[in-house]
Design a protein around this ligand. Structure first.
Ligand code: PBG
Length: 325
């Protein structure tokens, strides 16, 4: 045989051949679209640092949901911006809170849409931290009860799944217990098991008005330097009853996604966060990269690393591209 024996380029020659041997694929069903719900009516307000992402009032949710379903996207994750904030984040579990109203509207108008809710207090506290403060520090155990009440109020409003993102220790067990005691044993928990204290959340905090008023979140979110700690977090959440483990952010943490994929058999979700979206959008707007290709490549990389589910602000755009391909 003449050198070279194996020519890798044989299977790269045509688009059809490349598609035939492609190892990783994207589909709209794996994507979850985040929605920001704001007070008022007829609000559809673009987030300046996230072009193409809109904050919507409750009455505008159904139209958005229909668009998503038409594109083949079957799940959303809800964030709420309440009218009033207070020290204890009580708006998070108010029966008529912004997210609770959003859930009821969506489950009424588009019942086939899977409604996941972010369970956290930072959008609801006047200090912007993810829990209850004692002596200017987030008190873990005092926060657990409020989080569990929040998850319960979401389930009561009809949420299909809850996703705690606060990073308090023991919250998955607390939420599981609360849901089970109240007849919601079939509502799954997607735990933000491995959530890093990341600079990539900047645009989200503008959209959700949840920037901490003092200090930062390093006392409860994870140190970006750590991987063994990620495995411990994932183990704890699995033992506490999590149904899905999430890694967040995504692109800078592909090694973490891959490790979790190897070591755990629960479904893995990855959150391609606001800063990841904003970077691609900003560079594309400047003509510095091809935004569409960068979007697809980043989402493929997250899947290749091992994520089953991707939460992404690109969900609609990616689904449209998939329909074209
Ligand atoms: C709430 C929460 C945050 C994000 C999701 N849930 C913000 C934070 O932890 O500061 C970030 C999502 C994004 O950046 O897209 N705690």
């Amino acid at each position: 045989m003449v050198f070279p024996e194996y020519r890798s380029r044989r299977l790269r020659r045509t688009a059809a051949l490349r598609a035939l041997v492609r190892e990783t694929r994207l589909s709209a069903e794996q994507l979850v679209y985040p929605l920001f719900i704001v007070p008022g009516t007829k609000v559809r307000q673009e987030v300046p640092s996230m072009p193409g992402v809109f904050r919507l009032s409750v009455d505008r949710l159904a139209a958005e949901a229909e668009t998503l379903l038409k594109l083949g996207i079957s799940a959303v994750i809800l964030f709420g911006i309440p009218e009033k904030k207070d020290g204890a984040g009580s708006g998070a579990h108010a029966k008529d809170g912004i997210v609770q109203r959003g859930i009821r509207e969506l489950k009424k108008r588009t019942p086939q849409l899977t409604v996941i809710t972010d369970v956290c207090l930072c959008e609801y506290t006047d200090h912007g931290h993810c829990g209850f403060l004692v002596n200017n520090e987030v008190d873990n155990d005092a926060t657990l009860e409020i989080l569990a009440q929040t998850a319960l109020s979401h389930a009561r409003a009809g949420a299909d799944m809850v996703a705690p993102s606060d990073m308090m220790d023991g919250r998955v067990a607390e939420i599981r217990g609360m849901l089970d005691e109240n007849g919601f044993e079939m509502v799954p928990i997607m735990s933000y098991a491995v959530k890093y204290a990341s600079a990539f959340y900047g645009p989200f905090r503008d959209a959700a008005e949840s920037t901490p008023q003092f200090g930062d979140r390093r006392g409860y979110q994870m140190d970006p330097a750590n991987v063994r700690e990620a495995l411990r977090e994932a183990t704890l959440d699995t033992e506490e009853g999590a149904d899905i483990l999430m890694v967040k952010p995504a692109l800078a943490y592909l090694d973490i996604i891959a490790r979790l994929r190897e070591e755990f058999d629960l479904p893995i979700a990855a959150y391609q966060v606001s800063g990841e979206y904003a970077m691609i959008k900003a560079a594309a707007a400047n003509g510095w990269i091809d935004g569409e290709r960068a979007m697809e490549e980043s989402l493929l990389a997250i899947r290749r690393a091992g994520a089953d589910i991707i939460i992404t602000y690109f969900a609609k755009e990616m689904a449209r591209l998939l329909h074209k391909q």
